[in-house]
Design a protein around this ligand. Sequence first.
Ligand code: COA
Length: 260
Amino acid sequence: MSYQNLLVETRDGIAIVTINRPDKLNALNDRTMHELDAAFAAIGSDPAVRGAILTGAGEKAFVAGADIGELSTQSPVDGKERSIRGQRVLDRIENLGKPVIAAVNGFALGGGCELALACHVRIASENARLGTPEVKLGIMCGYAGTQRLPRLVGKGRALELLLSGEMLDAQEALRIGLVNRVLPKDKLLPECEALLRKMLANGPVSLRFTLEVVNAGLEMPLAEAQYLEATLFGLICSTEDMKEGTRAFLEKRAAKFQGR
Ligand code: COA
C-alpha cells in the first residue's frame, strides 16, 4: 500500500514507520490515523516483520497532537466517533503481539503523547517535550490518554499533566517514567533499533505471550492475571522454541528460534 502521510521502511524484519507531515509537526489528521491503522494491520499480519519503530519526520516533532483544524469543526457525534476510531488504532498498536518502540524525536503532545503511550517502550531524544495540552484547547484526551497515562506514571503525576496541560522536558519525562531513556538526537534511531534487535533475538512466542499477559493482565484481578500467566507458561512449554532455547543453554550455544 502507498501512503500519503507515512513512510514505511522494512529492514531485516523491522518496520520503521515515520509519520510524515513535518510542516504540521506530524499532527494526526483523519487520513494519517487511517494510514497508521493500515500500516500496523499490515505489520501485524506479516510474519516477516517482527517488530516496529514509530517516529516523526523532521527536526521538531514526534507528533504535536491530533489535527486541531479537524477538531475545531467537529460535531459531538463526529468527536465521539473520531475518539473511538483513534482508540482502536492505538489499541491495535498496543495489542500487535510484536514489540513497538516509540522513538520520540521532539514534541509528543496530546494525541502524539497518547500514541507514544500505546507503544511498548518510549525512548526520547534530548529535545523531546511531552504533554497533554488538550485542556488548553477546551477539550480533553480522546485517544485513551486519561487511561494509559495514569497506568504508566501513577494517578497523581498523570493528573498533574492532564489538568495543567504543561509539557515536560525529556529529563523530567524520564524521571517520572513516561519515557524509558533519553538519548542525543543522532543516537535515537540507532539505539531504538539496537534495543529492538535485542528483543527480537529472543523467542518470538515468548515476546507475543509476554505482551499479551502484560496487556491483558493489568486489566484483571491479580489472581486471574496470574492464572493467565500460568496458562500461557504451560502453553509455551509445548513449543519447539522452548525445547531449543533450553537445549541451547545447556549445550552452551546460541538458540535458533523458529517462532513455533
Ligand atoms: N494540529 C494542527 N496543526 C498543528 C498542530 C496540531 N496539533 N501542531 C502544530 N501545527 C502546525 C501549526 O499550525 C503550524 O502550521 P502553519 O505553519 O501552517 O501555521 C505548524 O504546525 C508549525 O507549528 P508552530 O506552532 O508554528 O510551531 P512552534 O515551534 O512555534 O510551536 C508547538 C510548536 C508544538 C508548541 C505548537 O505547534 C503547538 O502548541 N501545537 C499544538 C499542540 C497541541 O495542543 N496538541 C494537542 C492537540 S489535541
